[in-house]
Design a protein around this ligand. Structure first.
Ligand SMILES: Nc1ncnc2c1ncn2[C@@H]1O[C@H](COP(=O)(O)OP(=O)(O)OP(=O)(O)O)[C@@H](O)[C@H]1O
Ligand SMILES: [Mg+2]
Length: 327
């Protein structure tokens, strides 16, 4: 079942020197119980896209086109009270930066209670705290930490608390933005186990935003690759790791050694991602692409299904039939 559908979504940040086109014409979907990995370089628009799913964009960010539908209902035009009910209960977000998302003035128990009471105002305090303790237990945080202030916790503990607050209402969708960046590999592995358990037990659907391709490989069913505010390629995890159609995806996967892939050579990707302020016409990857053609600088390629379930936004496929690295 399609639980979330994003259609032609565009998000702008108007600033004094122009408009940052942070998300451009993005279309994505998420099925129940599925994990979608959203990957891409810093600044390509991942967090902006993630925040918009809960209609949580901060000014000057604004959705300038498109739709986001949760079980058929458009979130973009939803009234405030419906949004408040949706957040946490139906869709929850685990934020990128736990220190700025936890309130430094309140102990952790209070922050859990606030979330629980928002959706279940008459719950007994003991019952709510029991739920919070259970979730911390599952995340490998001692129960007594519930009574600490955020500054008394390590970065990794804070991040796990954020994950716990996200999961506490058993949401149907979790949008997790770099959830494990300050965790060590052992805790990260525990987190991945937990997500796998939850998706099986509760059919939880997950959008996992990350630079960490290793983590995505362990858990994602499908992957969407973002570049300069656009989805440049999407497909099953297997297609993205073993059969890339976009030169950016090819570079991303093959610029790091991976023993499970049949890599002939490591690829380098010179240059930096383009400025998103008033982007020029043409493919945003053109300046860094080793296979760039004249057409690429003039026309923006659409995201088109090229193989079953695999879509790519690249002229190469159209002009040459097959990406050159396959020969
Ligand atoms: N409040 C804002 N005002 C203006 N521009 C913004 C604002 N927030 C984000 N941007 C711009 O929008 C673009 C996308 O930012 P975003 O935070 O979504 O990227 P990201 O992919 O999450 O990056 P990272 O991997 O570093 O977290 C960037 O160019 C950023 O500078
Ligand atoms: Mg981000």
């Amino acid at each position: 079942m399609r639980i979330l559908e994003i259609e032609k979504l565009s998000i702008d940040y108007p600033i004094n020197i122009g408009t940052v086109k942070a998300v451009r014409d993005v279309s994505l979907y998420l099925d129940r119980g599925e994990v979608l990995g959203l990957v891409g370089e810093s600044g390509c628009g991942k967090s902006t896209l993630g925040l918009s799913i809960l209609n949580l964009l901060r000014p000057p960010g604004q959705i300038v086109g498109g739709q986001i539908r949760f079980k058929g209902t458009d979130i973009v035009s939803m009234k405030k009270h419906s949004l408040m009910a949706l957040r946490g209960r139906d869709i929850a977000m685990v934020f990128q930066n736990p220190l700025t998302s936890l309130n430094p003035l309140f102990r952790i128990d209070k922050q859990f209670l606030e979330t629980i009471r928002q959706h279940d105002p008459h719950i007994r305090k003991e019952k709510a705290l029991q739920q919070a303790e259970n979730i911390l237990d599952a995340l490998g945080v001692e129960k007594k930490r519930l009574y600490d202030y955020p500054h008394q916790l390590s970065g990794g503990m804070r991040q796990r608390i954020m994950i716990g607050i996200g999961l506490i209402m058993n949401p149907e969708i979790i949008v997790a933005d770099e959830p494990t960046t300050s965790l060590d590999v052992i805790v990260e592995a525990g987190f991945i186990d937990l997500l796998n358990r939850l998706r099986k037990e509760f059919e939880l659907s997950i959008i996992l935003i990350t630079h960490n391709l290793g983590m995505v490989a362990q858990i994602a069913d499908r992957i969407a690759v973002m570049y300069a505010g656009r989805i440049v390629e999407t497909g099953s995890a297997d297609q993205i790791y073993h059969n890339q159609l976009h030169p950016y995806t090819y570079g991303l996967i093959n610029c790091v050694p991976n023993i499970s892939l049949d890599q002939k050579e490591l690829v380098t990707m010179p240059g930096n991602p383009p400025d998103l302020v008033d982007p020029s016409a043409g493919c945003p990857f053109a300046d860094r692409c080793p296979h760039v053609m004249e057409r690429c600088r003039e026309e923006l390629p659409d995201l088109i299904e090229r193989e079953a379930g695999q879509l790519a936004a690249c002229w190469l496929y159209e002009e040459t039939g097959e990406p050159p690295w396959k020969n």
